[in-house]
Ligand binder design. Structure first.
Ligand code: AMP
Ligand code: GLY
Length: 434
């Protein structure tokens, strides 16, 4: 039976992949775990394999020689570039959407066309290839206007513009090839409201809820400063009530999967629905074809069903045969960053205390940009690690997390102390930090 004693390879090197690695390691179906390329955290669980995640040939050679039974792909770039098609063609068992399905994230124009055709609530938009089309869209729209690169842009493809001049500047840069992935843009109306992330695990016939969360994208407290990959998250997100969840499924998820079906295509993998919530109505901002980072680090500690089983069922299109269970706990994660992030920051800062930090049962440190060099831990990225914890009260959870984060060398690192401010202030009526 292929589904016991599995050798599993996880592709990626972020906090998300460490969290996946940790969950996978708790499965009784696993023999050995490999991370490609992994980080200092995954090296403590399995073996890190230093292969470029876009070098599919080398990945395949490794998979063959190490008898890997299952590959789990964490980040979007290899998915958008077709790693699943490549490996499946070579009879490798791999979890994640294929190249066509990955266009949901890989091309904003592709995603928006589905929204238009299936009347999925989203910002008004226009796909443009040139300045004439941009000018035309600007005639009947209020500012701000959002300019988006069509293709993957490593989080740098979105500009919120207050003036026509800004729109023309941002769009002409993309038309001239600022991003390799595409020269098209999507212009959008600016949506107001509250953002939330909603996750599913999807197979060719079924889908199952896989947690919800709220991320904090801006680098500084009170949601100030530039956008980042995410500074912290909590799960569940109280804004996603049962009634809202029903609307998300019926108005957004089902029509999207129907669009695939009508084209004789399938989506198989994690699906991240990025939402704007306004007056208890969901609007689709974006799809991501993977788990969120740092949302994953808040969601997985709550998962009470074997992750390897869930993934195997999804690959076999048998998600209908399992019940995914969640702990009745709240969970939060806060990201420790190198000073200067998301701009320039120092690399190779030693993480002095990391081995001495005492963690209680429900506390986790998920590494992100870290590396072990001569048996010592160093930062090598902007988002360095995540501290996650679970409990019954968001304020108490956050206090536990901040206490742990305070042990790091704050000459070199920083973190937001206000993760969860929207809910903690509203529901738990508290504003002080430890
Ligand atoms: P995206 O890459 O599409 O997720 O955009 C990055 C961020 O830009 C989102 O998380 C939102 O904070 C913001 N954003 C994108 N599109 C819109 C929109 N139409 N209205 C308001 N904010 C947006
Ligand atoms: N946390 C946002 C993302 O994963 O894209």
């Amino acid at each position: 039976n292929i589904t016991i004693n599995m050798n599993i390879a996880i592709i990626g090197n972020g906090g998300r992949e460490h969290a996946i690695c940790k969950k996978v390691s708790e499965s009784k179906f696993v023999k050995k775990i490999f991370c490609i390329p992994g980080n200092a955290g995954t090296a403590l669980i399995g073996s890190n394999i230093d292969i470029d995640i876009l070098d599919f040939n080398s990945i395949y050679k490794f998979i063959k020689s190490y008898k890997i039974n299952l590959v789990i792909v964490g980040p979007e770039e290899p998915l958008v570039k077709g790693i699943v098609d490549f490996l499946k063609k070579r009879k490798v068992r791999v979890f994640g959407p294929n190249k066509y399905a990955a266009k949901l994230e890989g091309s904003k124009a592709f995603m928006k066309k589905i929204c238009q055709e299936y009347k999925i609530p989203t910002a008004k938009f226009k796909i443009c290839n040139n300045k004439t089309q941009v000018n035309h869209f600007l005639k009947n729209i209020k500012f701000p206007v959002v300019v988006k690169a069509d293709g993957l842009a490593a989080g740098k493809g979105v500009t919120i513009c207050k003036t026509k001049h800004q729109v023309l500047k941002a769009s002409s840069q993309i038309f001239r090839g600022k991003f390799k992935s595409s020269k098209k843009i999507v212009l959008e109306e600016f949506l107001t409201g509250e953002e939330a992330s909603f996750f599913l695990v999807v197979d060719n016939k079924n889908f199952k809820f896989f947690g919800n969360a709220q991320d904090h994208k801006r680098v500084f407290e009170k949601d100030k400063g530039p956008n980042t990959g995410g500074m912290g998250a909590y799960s569940p997100a109280p804004i996603i009530t049962k009634s809202l969840e029903k609307k998300i499924i019926s108005k957004i998820v089902k029509p999207t999967l129907l669009a695939f079906k009508n084209k004789n295509k399938f989506y198989n993998g994690f699906l991240y629905v990025g939402l704007m919530i306004k007056k208890n109505e969901p609007y689709l901002i974006e799809y991501n074809i993977r788990m969120g980072d740092p949302e994953c680090q808040a969601i997985l500690p709550r998962l009470n069903t074997d992750l390897v089983t869930i993934i195997n069922k999804a690959i076999e299109n048998r998600l209908d045969s399992i019940n995914i269970k969640w702990k009745k706990k709240k969970s939060m994660t806060v990201v420790l960053c190198a000073k200067g992030y998301p701009g320039n920051y120092k690399k190779k800062i030693k993480l002095n205390n990391i081995n001495k930090i005492k963690l209680f049962k429900n506390d986790y440190i998920y590494h992100a940009g870290t590396k072990i060099i001569n048996k010592e831990f160093f930062s090598i990225g902007g988002r360095v690690l995540n501290v996650s914890s679970t409990g019954d009260n968001y304020l108490k959870i956050r206090n536990k997390i901040l206490k742990i984060l305070n042990k790091f060398d704050l000459k070199h690192f920083f973190f937001r102390r206000d993760i969860g401010w929207k809910i903690i202030d509203k529901n738990e009526n508290y504003k002080r930090f430890p």
